[in-house]
Design a protein. Structure first.
Length: 368
C-alpha cells in the first residue's frame, strides 16, 4: 500500500515569493494557512508555535534565510550583511531545536559561496530558494526512510506511547515518531497509540491525535499524569518520541536527547517497566558541536501554564510558575535512535559518530 499524507506544513510560493505555512496553533479547530514575506512575522510565527517541530523549523530556517536574501537589494555587500545579521536573528527565534540554526546556516553558506564565486545577485537568490526547496525534499525523503527503518520495531498488539507531536506537522512527510507507525499500519500491523496531552500547549492531544485519527490509526489521548499508571495497566510496549537535538561526540554525553518536556519522565517509566524507549529523528537533528553545558532549554511564557488554552486562569494571582519547554534524556535510557540512515544503538559515542561519518562520505560521493 502506497503511503503519503495530504498535509503540507510549509512551502515557498513561487508566484508570490513568500512562505506559506499551516498554522499549528489553530489545529484541531481550524485549518488555516498563513503567509508572509516579512521576517518579523516569520519569527513571530515560530515563537508562537504556528510553525513548530524540529525538522519543520529547519525548513523554516532555510526558507526564511532565502526570503531574507530575496528581499535584499541587488548589491552583494547588502546581501551578505542582511543574510548574516537577520539570519542570526532568525536562528535564535527558538533555541533548543538544532534544526533551525542548521537550516539558516545551510542557506547562509550557499549565499557566501555564490558571492565568492562571482555569481550575480539574481543567481544567488535563485540558488538560495532552490537549496531551501531541496532541504525540504531531503527532509521528506528522510521521514520515509525513518518509517521504513523504524517499522521493523512495531509488532501486532503493540501499545505505543508518544509525547508532543513529531508528525507531519512537525517534520513534513510521514513525520518522525509517526513515520514507523504509518508504515507499520500500511502493512496491516495492528497496534494502538496513547498520546499524552503534552501540557501546557497540548501538542499531543491537538496535533498527534488529529494526524493519527485522520490516518485511521488507533489513538487514545491521556493526560500527562496518567502515563505511568496506563503504561503499566495497558501493558505498553514502547515509547516513541522525536527529538529537538541529539548530542553526538566521542564522550558519554553522546546520545543525549533533548525533546519536549515529559520525554525524560516517559523514559524513566519505560526503563522501570522494561519497555523500549525509541527516538526517531533525521540526521539533521544530530548535533556534533554542543555539550550538555552549552545547550539552552527554552523557558516559555509563564502564562502558558497559568492560563488554560480557553482563557481560564488556573493559578492563584501572584503565584509563580515555571515553564521549561524541553527536557534532557540521558543516553542510558534510550533503547535506539532511528534515523534515515539506520538505527543507532548503545554505545552512542561509537554508533552516532559512525552514522555521521557515513553521511559525510555519502554527501561527498554525491557531489563527485
Ligand atoms: O515546542 P514544540 O511543539 O516545537 O516541540 C516539538 C517537539 O518537542 C517535538 O517532539 C520535536 O520537535 C521532535 S519531532 C519534530
Amino acid at each position: 500500500m502506497e503511503i503519503s499524507t495530504s498535509i503540507i506544513p510549509i512551502r515557498w510560493d513561487d508566484l508570490k515569493q513568500e512562505i506559506v505555512w499551516l498554522d499549528n496553533s489553530q489545529i484541531p479547530w481550524r485549518e488555516v494557512y498563513n503567509s508572509t514575506k516579512d521576517l518579523s512575522r516569520l519569527i513571530k510565527a515560530i515563537k508562537s508555535l504556528e510553525i513548530r517541530g524540529a525538522p519543520i523549523l529547519g525548513e523554516a530556517g532555510a526558507y526564511g534565510t532565502a526570503m531574507i536574501a530575496n528581499n535584499s537589494p541587488n548589491s552583494k555587500s547588502e546581501l551578505i550583511k542582511n543574510v548574516k545579521l537577520l539570519g542570526s536573528e532568525l536562528a535564535q527565534a527558538r533555541p533548543t531545536a538544532v534544526n533551525l540554526s542548521w537550516g539558516v546556516r545551510q542557506v547562509q553558506e550557499v549565499i557566501e559561496k555564490g558571492v565568492a564565486s562571482g555569481m550575480s545577485c539574481e543567481e544567488i537568490k535563485e540558488k538560495a530558494i532552490a537549496l531551501a526547496k531541496d532541504i525540504q525534499k531531503t527532509n521528506i525523503q528522510a521521514t520515509y526512510d525513518i518509517g521504513k527503518n523504524g517499522a521493523k520495531l512495531i509488532h501486532d498488539g503493540d501499545v505505543l506511547v508518544t509525547v508532543c507531536n513529531a508528525g507531519t506537522l512537525a517534520c513534513d512527510g510521514l513525520g518522525t515518531s509517526t513515520a514507523p507507525m504509518r508504515v507499520a499500519a500500511s502493512k496491516g500491523i495492528e497496534f494502538k497509540v496513547l498520546t499524552t496531552y503534552t501540557a501546557p500547549l497540548y501538542q499531543g492531544a491537538r496535533l498527534t491525535a488529529w494526524e493519527l485519527h485522520k490516518d485511521n490509526i488507533s489513538v487514545q489521548v491521556i493526560t500527562d499524569n496518567m502515563a505511568a499508571h496506563l503504561m503499566r495497566e495497558e501493558k505498553a510496549t514502547a515509547v516513541w518520541t522525536g527529538a529537538d537535538r541529539i548530542l553526538v561526540n566521542k564522550t558519554k554525553e553522546s546520545g543525549t536527547v533533548y525533546n519536549k518536556i515529559g520525554t525524560f519522565g516517559l523514559s524513566l517509566i519505560a526503563k522501570e517497566l522494561k519497555m523500549k524507549m525509541y527516538v526517531a529523528a533525521p540526521t539533521s537533528t544530530l548535533d556534533p558541536i554542543s555539550t550538555i553545558k552549552s545547550v539552552k532549554i527554552e523557558q516559555r511564557n509563564p502564562e502558558e501554564v497559568s492560563v488554560l488554552l480557553g482563557g481560564t486562569k488556573v493559578v492563584p494571582e501572584g503565584v509563580d510558575v515555571i515553564n521549561p519547554a524541553f527536557d534532557m534524556t540521558p543516553p542510558k535510557y534510550v533503547s535506539a535512535i532511528i534515523t534515515e540512515l539506520g538505527i543507532a544503538k548503545m554505545p552512542y559515542n561509537i554508533s552516532l559518530p559512525t552514522l555521521l561519518s557515513n553521511k559525510k562520505s555519502m554527501i561527498k560521493l554525491k557531489s563527485e
